[in-house]
Design a protein around this ligand. Structure first.
Ligand SMILES: Cc1cc2nc3c(=O)[nH]c(=O)nc-3n(C[C@H](O)[C@H](O)[C@H](O)COP(=O)(O)OP(=O)(O)OC[C@H]3O[C@@H](n4cnc5c(N)ncnc54)[C@H](O)[C@@H]3O)c2cc1C
Length: 412
């Protein structure tokens, strides 16, 4: 294969697919190349293991009222739930009562407010600095924060956290967020099983070297994860400039993984969908999404270094740990109810290598620098480049659209 076009889009996740749609609408002649056999990237719904779709990656429409995928869901007939996020706390022996759960909620909100205040004051320090060490809920906050940001607050920037645009609407997609992303991009032509190996941007044209041959183009848009860039899975000629490498060095990949456990029956009878948080000394940074969409199911959601180290050992180790934690919280008899299990493997997937990006303390404007084009020929998008929607599918989507605005101006 040897071809010529205006723009090559590398990666067909949320960012690449959104960019491709915007580029097509702008009349650009594009080629979309994806290393995997499927589109969607970190948006991926498994449709076969359980009797219902299971999201291996993104599941909640964060900031739902300003999320382009909410409109896509409405257009494409995908169901989502608007239920408020309910959580329960377990201390390893007992469930904490509602009054204690309320106390934790108040402490959680106050700590997030302090993180936001530090960030808004321009302080780019570890989010852990906002935690009051005398707060009895400090450890649980650390676990909750790690669950959300995929990395512990000691190593995440207050400035970055404060810039995320929350709307308090986190709506899970019943028919699968991954399936929604794929359906939204289904009418695009994507060259699958076509990993990009090199990008030569030094000459008159950009040359994109793929497993299926060379593509000559005027510009390239790279949407792969931060970890894939850091691992140099794509070779750049000339090398990426120092300012770009510096930005990449101020970002890192956080980790989040799941084990889905399908149950014979609804063991949570009388309680609706909720999230069980683990609150004992030494508890791992993990919890259970219980009864999602009223299904007889529990999903272990693990995050941070704990998730990285456990899931790097493979599915058997992750499933064994999920079952051990399930038994500790719900009693050993619950294991008799488990029929089918499925573990994710984002950390070892060579096309992703983790969950989503994290800005290190002092990381400043690394996201904007990552998004900044090189000589109006090499452009970047993807969740890590989003200033206020990083770590999400909608942030990735918006970054793809923004990149095409820049590319259109550069090329037309
Ligand atoms: C466990 C987990 C839970 C999550 N939960 C949520 C959630 O509830 N809500 C939410 O909004 N977000 C969530 N996210 C984050 C969200 O899924 C991502 O931020 C988003 O999907 C990233 O999209 P992207 O286009 O930036 O990158 P990707 O989806 O990673 O797309 C990049 C694409 O590039 C491809 N690629 C890699 N290397 C090459 C190469 N050399 N050549 C060609 N192609 C290549 C990859 O295969 C991939 O398809 C979650 C993520 C994980 C892992």
């Amino acid at each position: 294969m040897q071809s010529t076009c205006d723009l090559v889009i590398v990666g067909a996740g949320a960012a690449g697919l959104a960019a491709a749609k915007a580029a097509r609408a702008a009349g650009l002649n594009i080629e979309v190349v994806e290393a995997s056999h499927r589109i969607g990237g970190r948006g991926h719904s498994d449709m076969t293991t359980f009797p219902a779709p299971f999201d291996l990656g993104c599941q909640w429409l964060h900031a739902a009222s300003i999320n382009p995928y909410t409109k896509a869901a409405d257009r494409l007939g995908f169901r989502y739930r608007k239920d408020p996020f309910v959580y329960r706390l377990h201390d390893g022996k007992w469930w904490l009562n509602e009054s204690l759960v309320g106390e934790f909620g108040t402490s959680l909100a106050a700590t997030y407010d302090r993180i936001a205040a530090l960030g808004e004051a321009g302080k780019d320090v570890p989010a852990a600095e906002a935690i009051d060490p005398a707060d009895p809920w400090a450890q649980l906050f650390r676990r909750a924060y790690t669950g959300y940001m995929a990395w512990p607050p000691e190593e995440v920037s207050t400035y970055d956290t404060s810039r995320f645009r929350f709307t308090d609407e986190d709506w899970p997609v019943e028919d699968g967020y991954g399936a929604l992303i794929a359906a939204d991009g289904a009418d695009l032509e994507v060259n699958l099983d076509c990993p990009v190996k090199s990008i030569d941007w030094g000459g008159g044209e950009v040359m994109v070297g793929t497993a299926k041959g060379m593509i000559f183009c005027r510009a390239v848009l790279v949407t792969v994860s931060v970890a894939v860039l850091q691992a140099e899975r794509i070779k750049f000629f000339p090398l990426l400039p120092d300012w770009k490498l510096d930005a990449l060095g101020r970002l890192r990949m956080g980790h989040a993984e799941k084990v889905g456990l399908w149950l014979k029956r609804d063991v949570f009878a009388g309680i609706g969908p909720h999230f069980t948080m683990l609150n004992w000394d030494g508890a791992p940074t993990a919890g259970f999404v219980c009864k999602p969409y009223d299904r007889p199911m529990a999903t272990l959601f693990a995050s941070g270094p704990f998730a990285r180290d456990l899931f790097a050992q493979g599915a058997d180790a992750a499933i064994a740990e999920a079952k051990a934690l399930l038994a500790k919280v719900f009693g050993a008899d619950i294991l008799k109810e488990v029929t089918t299990t499925l573990a994710t493997n984002w950390v070892t997937d060579p096309l992703i290598l983790g969950a989503y990006s994290v800005l290190i303390p002092g990381g400043g404007e690394a996201r904007a620098e990552l998004a900044r084009p090189i000589e109006n020929r090499v452009f970047f998008a993807g969740e890590a480049t989003s200033p206020d929607g990083f770590a999400t599918a909608h942030g990735a989507y918006n970054s793809g659209v923004s990149a095409i605005e820049l590319i259109r101006k550069a090329l037309i």
